[in-house]
Design a protein around this ligand. Structure first.
Ligand code: FES
Ligand code: FES
Length: 170
């Protein structure tokens, strides 16, 4: 028998109070309960990155975190980054550089991309070896390493990197 629990968090600036089965992932809470279907379910076990959202500004695979673990959090999904009339600069750059084909991975790529540029700015180290990167700048190697958790079956990787370099000002 499911155990229900109350959880409250904010999504794209709106506070929500939900009563959920304690096993509900943040991904399912967003898609099935709040009907924010921009966030995609690919593998549902942390391998593809399609479900990436921002939780308190950090990127998270929403299939790997239970909704009730996010009590009080500020969640941002692709719908909260920008819309048709007010694209986020990362969304606009993906359009300009053709950073997608089928689009299934794209919300996760864009949420990850936004967080990656913040990680680079904040000097949070990645695993790229020093001789590849040198300084903490948004180089192609740096971006490819940091984005390696976001899989694109269509292979739009080089255009995604170009989009991110443009937003980073490179
Ligand atoms: Fe979450 Fe694939 S659906 S990582
Ligand atoms: Fe199709 Fe990435 S655009 S999976």
């Amino acid at each position: 028998k499911p155990v229900l629990s109350e959880v409250s968090f904010s999504v794209n600036g709106r506070r929500h109070q939900l009563e959920l089965d304690t096993r509900t992932t943040l991904l399912d809470a967003l898609r099935e309960h709040l009907h924010l279907t921009g966030t995609k379910k690919g593998c549902d076990h942390g391998q593809c990155g399609a479900c990436t959202v921002l939780v308190d500004g950090q990127r998270v695979n929403s299939c790997l975190t239970l909704a009730i673990m996010n009590q009080g959090a500020e969640v941002t999904t692709i719908e909260g980054l920008g819309g048709v009339d007010n694209l986020h600069p990362m969304q606009a750059a993906f359009v300009k550089h053709d950073g997608f084909q089928c689009g299934y991975c794209t919300p996760g790529q864009i949420c990850s991309g936004v967080a990656v540029l913040e990680e680079i700015k904040a000097g949070i180290p990645s695993h790229v070896s020093a001789d590849l990167t040198g300084a903490m700048t948004a180089t192609e190697a740096e971006i490819r390493e940091r984005m390696s958790g976001n899989i694109c079956r269509c292979g739009a990787y080089s255009n995604i990197v170009e989009a991110m370099i443009e937003v980073a000002g490179g």
